[in-house]
Design a protein around this ligand. Structure first.
Ligand code: ACM
Length: 643
């Protein structure tokens, strides 16, 4: 009781201090804004300000080193303050307590964070929880904590709070396609650094596809000697002409096994598992170009790693019709020896319990022509091509299990019969995941409709063109557990960044953030607390933090949403915005509108002879969106076709 009384006295003293400092340092009055939203956060009066020397007290366990090193580095770099780590200090600025028994409801990754006027205490059952408590603490500090160099004249204050927090799902992933374009070890580390801020714990690396094989397999050296390189192109991937026969193939790269070990270690120190994916039996042109004997198709020895030229006919839907055979031959025993060698090395390199073997979009038209496949069908009593793929997947699952790992694939592995223990990653909507869960299989949800962050996040006139759009507000409605299934089988979800149109790291970041915030919150925070308006405000508060951290992001949520429709025989243009309230100003006369131009209030009819509409959003007197210009002819082309 006396203790509480003393505390109240201090609080009242601090209240005065708080009012005083609020006038001087605006950041202390900013609303608390954390992504993903914690389970419970109670704010109290006052704040704690980092002292001239920061002491981290973390006990004696060596398990704590990744968290203490991370925290020390973050604070020392941006504040310029000396930071010392003590195992048993009588006084500490930040105390990290690993208390395995105290609160089992926090699980493996939950934490309690207490900020009082005396200091900061983070408690968790396991070290990962302490790491997430530290991430929340970072978001409570001023944005300059994200700076890569020391920042002066900042009051390093944290509001007094009590936070209890734990994740909804154990699988909180981002997939990074390093095949379509290669990203270096430092770039992958940079991606990991960004994702852990938002409590992601899984990085799925798409390591092999038609455009490149990205991991050294010592027993199969040609995979990287030949398979890791194509001819460089920029522009609209998928439309390029095939490179000339003598054109140098020097674009790409791969991770050596030492690189992979370094990445796995780096990720582990940040509580991230790496899920390796080798995409087979389709998407395998880089492997076939390296070892043509793995193909069922004569002439495969002429095949080259794809440089973005057309190799599939998608006009008939799924599966595509291959124009050249990018599949491994399921009727060739050498293919299973090949898979065994790869999976042996993967299993040694990646400690994570799953190995992902793709299985998506496998064309069957060359298999249908193959005598070897026909003979296999007869021998194994396989009635169609889906059963042929299923035969392949079941054999690959056995290889994976023989190395002590679990087998995972995209939802196409359901077709023709799911392998007995396979985990399914559902991408063509949720239905594959639902079907697999109903059969008792583990599922990770990553449906295109909500989680494909290679899609455009705004109007095609301002984004790099891809075949579909996924805006932030839609991403935020991602709900991984469908009503009809046993929630225990849904391990979680992930967003997928395919990189056909992503040529560099700045673009990878642009595509990932802020949609990665929306997926992070869908995977961490309680379903009942999700709220778009509140989330959108918190997204805005994150942007200056990303700027400090030099991480790129898309401001697309500030731009107008353009919808065209036909009224009688004229086209009307309806404009709206994802976040409100914003004003939209427009012109049809080719000049750049500002807030003294007409303000949008109702659907627009295009004036006769107008060539383009230009528009920009404002918040009050401040321009906030990007200037958008769309030729009227492009808008006309967007109209639904007359029947
Ligand atoms: C996929 O997007 N083809 C899994």
């Amino acid at each position: 009781m006396q203790h509480i009384f003393q505390h109240m006295l201090k609080l009242s003293g601090l209240l005065f201090g708080c009012l005083f400092s609020a006038a001087t340092f605006s950041q202390t009055t900013k609303p608390i804004s954390i992504i993903p939203q914690p389970v419970s956060l109670v704010k109290s009066v006052g704040q704690f300000t980092l002292p001239a020397t920061v002491i981290i007290n973390a006990g004696t366990s060596s398990e704590m080193i990744p968290v203490t090193d991370y925290l020390k580095n973050k604070i020392a770099v941006s504040t310029g303050k000396p930071v010392s780590i003590k195992s048993n200090a009588s006084f500490s600025t930040i105390k990290l307590v690993l208390n395995k028994a105290e609160n089992p409801s926090l699980g493996k990754e939950g934490y309690q964070l207490s900020v009082t006027t005396k200091g900061v205490v983070v408690k968790a059952n396991q070290v990962a929880g302490l790491f997430y408590g530290v991430q929340t603490l970072m978001q409570l500090l001023p944005k300059e904590i994200e700076s890569k160099t020391a920042v002066k004249n900042v009051k390093w204050s944290v509001p007094c709070v009590q936070v209890t927090d734990y994740p909804r799902f154990g699988w909180r992933g981002l997939m990074f396609d390093v095949s379509r374009h290669f990203f270096t070890v430092p770039e992958v580390k940079q991606y990991i650094d960004a994702m852990v801020r938002y409590k992601y714990n899984l990085l799925h690396l798409h390591l092999a596809d038609d455009e490149g094989w990205r991991i050294e397999i010592k027993s199969l050296p040609r995979l990287t000697e030949v398979g890791a390189y194509n001819a460089k192109r920029v522009g609209y991937f998928g439309t390029f002409a095939a490179p000339a026969a003598d054109e140098p193939r020097n674009y790409g790269g791969f991770y050596t096994q030492e690189d992979i070990k370094e990445l796995v270690k780096y990720a582990k120190e940040r509580f991230v598992n790496i899920l390796p994916e080798i995409d087979v039996p389709g998407h395998s042109l880089a492997a076939i170009a390296s070892y043509p004997e793995l193909s069922c198709t004569p002439g495969a020895d002429q095949y080259k790693v794809r440089s973005g030229e057309v190799i599939m006919d998608w006009s008939h839907g799924q599966p595509p019709i291959a124009l050249i055979d990018n599949t491994l031959c399921p009727a060739n025993e050498k293919v299973y020896e090949f898979m065994d060698k790869i999976i042996t090395e993967l299993a040694q390199l990646f400690p994570f319990e799953y190995i992902h073997l793709g299985g998506d979009e496998c064309p069957k038209n060359f298999w249908a022509k193959s005598d070897a496949v026909k003979a296999l069908m007869q021998k194994e009593n396989l009635k169609d091509m889906e059963e042929v793929q299923s035969y392949f997947e079941k054999r690959v699952e056995k290889i994976v299990e023989s190395k002590g790992k679990k087998f995972m694939g995209w939802d196409e592995i359901l077709q023709g019969g799911l392998a007995p223990n396979a985990a399914v990653m559902s991408w063509r909507g949720m239905k594959g995941g639902i079907q697999a869960a109903k059969m008792g299989h583990e599922v990770v949800m990553s449906p295109t409709d909500f989680a494909y962050i290679d899609y455009m996040q705004g109007d095609p006139s301002i984004e790099s063109k891809v075949y579909a759009t996924l805006r932030l507000d839609k991403t935020y409605t991602f709900e991984p557990v469908p009503d009809s299934v046993d929630a225990k089988l849904i391990k979680g979800g992930q967003a997928n960044l395919w990189t056909e149109q992503v040529y560099n790291m700045r673009r990878a970041e642009y595509m990932t953030w802020p949609r990665g915030f929306a997926i992070a919150e869908s995977l961490w925070s309680p379903k009942a607390t999700k709220n778009w308006t509140n989330f959108a405000e918190r997204v805005e508060n994150q942007f200056p933090r990303l700027e400090e951290a030099e991480i790129n992001y898309a401001p697309s949520m500030y731009d107008p949403i353009v919808n065209v429709s036909r009224r009688d025989s004229t086209m009307t243009i309806a404009l709206s915005t994802e976040i409100k309230p914003l004003d939209i100003y427009y012109s049809f006369d080719n000049s750049f509108p500002d807030r003294f131009y007409p303000k949008y209030t109702q659907p627009l009819v295009v004036p006769k002879e107008a060539a383009q509409i230009k528009m920009i959003t404002y918040r009050g007197k401040q321009p906030i969106g990007r200037m958008m210009s769309i030729p009227i002819a492009d808008l006309t082309a967007r109209l639904p076709q007359k029947k």
